[in-house]
Design a protein around this ligand. Structure first.
Ligand SMILES: C[S@@+](CC[C@H](N)C(=O)[O-])C[C@H]1O[C@@H](n2cnc3c(N)ncnc32)[C@H](O)[C@@H]1O
Length: 360
């Protein structure tokens, strides 16, 4: 099987009710969150999880690992790579059975009188046409079938068509609340996607008795996410950049998240040894914040501090794009055990979550 076919992944064995998009590399986190809803999960593909879920579908909007959640409409293979795709897509769009997806949408958002719609097109692979063309062709077919007016801004229904090579997946967007979590009063330039923050916290676990630390908290996404997930003894963040702390403070206040913020250099944490249960941090990569050499020397100063303040058995999740540097620095600190490294694709680039635990 070619590389692209691998990325495409298997077709769902049965018709799922829904699917969701997740940051690539974090599919297992979405599967585990769905299992808490008793969802029946079908085999996943990169960045996609297909499932059927009993109970009230409004619960789906609260999934913290999902970027977008869709009601499944249909999937077809055989889409031409050349301009004959226009007729192929229009024909399929004219015949779409939207009924089950619309019923799910109504159960989540209520019924709509005379709906308006838009089509979102996405594609990967070699095609002699663009995503906006896919959207326009499918829109023509859907309009021929339904007579709904198109409204690109104030639409009731957003139908997404995603083409991967010759496979076309049609879904009706149900929404997801992650964007609300991302909408901060002020933006840190390297603000973390909250679905990744959720995943990092899910990977290290949590307890109501925890002292949770983000030593380089930036705009405070991890602190806010941790507070939203349940009680802790203390949620503590710090940053060397005072402006970042102002951003974090505004975000935490808006989210009514109880966390303490301290201005510090995380290479000298003003904390006692063995005083922290769990650590999660989005480290500077030296791209948008700081430079490469500064980031590297920061890792060399930070890791011994993490090793010192983390209690034996405590866990840490560190996000970086600098896999080699972090791996090297971890191996220089034998008190920290490297448990796992997950590879993600964030904003089209590789990033890694290192899971560490403090040796007993
Ligand atoms: C990638 S950003 C974190 C972004 C944050 N997770 C968010 O979502 O907004 C890295 C942060 O590390 C901070 N930083 C860099 N060097 C530091 C140091 N020596 N001590 C503490 N914080 C530091 C930067 O100021 C920056 O805010």
């Amino acid at each position: 099987m070619g590389k692209r076919a691998d990325q495409n992944g298997p077709a769902p064995a049965r018709r799922p009710d829904c699917y969701l998009n997740v940051v690539r590399g974090l599919e297992e986190i979405a599967v585990s969150e769905l299992s808490q809803l008793d969802a029946e999960v079908l085999p996943t593909r990169p960045s996609k999880v297909f499932f059927s879920c009993p109970g009230d579908p409004r619960r789906l909007l609260d999934l913290r690992s999902a970027m977008h959640i869709y009601a499944f409409v249909v999937e077809h293979t055989g889409c031409p790579h050349d301009s004959s795709a226009q007729a192929w897509l229009e024909r399929i769009a004219r015949q779409l059975d939207l009924g089950p997806a619309l019923a799910l949408h109504a159960a989540v958002h209520g019924t709509v009188g005379t709906p308006s719609f838009r089509i979102t097109g996405a594609r990967s692979g070699r095609h002699e046409y663009t995503s906006p063309e896919i959207a326009a062709w499918v829109g023509t077919g859907v309009q021929a079938q339904t007579s709904w007016p198109v409204d690109l801004e104030h639409y009731d229904y957003d139908i997404e068509v995603e083409l991967v090579d010759d496979r076309a997946l049609f879904g009706l967007r149900l929404g997801a609340r992650w964007r609300e979590r991302h909408a901060k009063p002020v933006y840190h330039p390297a603000s973390l996607n909250p679905t990744v923050a959720y995943a990092m916290i899910a990977l290290i676990g949590r307890d109501a008795d925890d002292t949770f630390l983000d030593p380089a908290c930036g705009g405070g996404t991890l602190l806010t996410e941790r507070a939203a997930l349940g009680r802790a003894r203390l949620i503590l963040g710090g940053d060397i950049w005072p402006t970042a702390l102002q951003y974090a403070s505004a975000t935490l206040t808006a989210a009514k998240a109880p966390a303490a913020l301290v201005h510090w250099d995380a290479g000298h944490l003003p904390l006692l040894a063995d005083s922290v249960d769990r650590i999660a941090s989005n480290l500077p990569f030296g791209h948008r914040v700081g430079s490469g050499p500064v980031a590297r020397s920061f890792y060399r100063r930070l890791l011994p501090e993490i090793c010192r303040v983390l209690r034996p058995g405590g866990a840490a999740a560190l996000l970086t794009s600098r896999r080699r540097w972090l791996r090297q620095t971890v191996s220089d600190n034998p008190g920290l055990r490297p448990d796992r490294c997950l590879r993600l694709i964030l904003g089209g680039k590789e990033a890694f979550i290192f899971l560490l635990s403090r040796a007993g």
